[in-house]
Design a protein around this ligand. Sequence first.
Ligand SMILES: [Cu+2]
Length: 338
Amino acid sequence: MNLSTILLAMAPAEQAAPPPNDAQGGPWSMPIQASTFAPETDAIYLFILVLSLISFVGIVGATLYFMKAYRRRSADQKTSSITHNGKVEFLWSAIPAVLLVVIFLWSEVAFMKQVVPPPDAIDIRVKGQKWFWTAEYPANPGVQLNNEIIVPVGVPVRVTLTSQDVIHSFFIPAFRVKRDAVPGRYTTVWFEATRPGRYNLFCAEYCGDQHSEMRGVVHVLPADEYEAALAEAGRLEQEEGESLAAFGERIYVRKGCNACHSTDGTTKTGPSWKGMYGAERTFADGSSGTVDDNYIRESILEPNAKVVSGFTPQMPSFQGQLNDDQITALIEFMKTLK
Ligand SMILES: [Cu+2]
């Protein structure tokens, strides 16, 4: 099994689209270089790697040589008194010092380029929460993507990050871009994608027991397809000939309900939807009730009004994010999960 099959297996299963294609170079290669930052970051990485290898061979080689050349040859042999060697000591201090300064300056210059986005960058707001990402596009109100961001190729993109709960880390290996998403604060990161494709988006900060589930896809499109794709992604309406339940299932995936609710009986952050409709519930405050249309509606709009006992109030409100038709479709979908 090589890295690309592993990455393939990790692609969000619900998405029928092709899996991320970062790892085309085989298991030992770096991920594909898909942003303007990638070549320079890799060059620095390679420079440090080669330098380390040379030092390793030199140091271990000298150690082995000295062990043999200066081994103790008889029981009464004494080591001659060693004072110092100015020339050698100067060299072994100066050469590494110069190399370290080169590494520092090169990295610093590369890093500073990543700090300030160009003024014409487009904006995306990304929020991390246990355990998924949501992206919003200020220039395209109403578009809200879960575990996916869509960006055009060749256009700088500024991502403003925040977190709903704990520290997450927004990491796109193919872009060589990583920044923490910190609760109560905005952090930014920017990049310019250089090749269309689908790339992994990971959370790179251990953020709880389902941290490894917190991954998405960065979808890089040719600039002329970008607006249309975004409009399509923002449109969440029942299609011609689509049943209400099938539409509900699409919403379940698109709005990220699947991050916390399974349909097969396994308990994630929230209760599974399997067999939920019509079931009896007891709540954290001791009261009880039946799962019917009004209860589901309330659970979606005011999740904390009744908290199912055994669960913590971690569900975000979808007030203003789902209209009545969409809630109805979700209910129809839940009814099919016997
Ligand atoms: Cu996380």
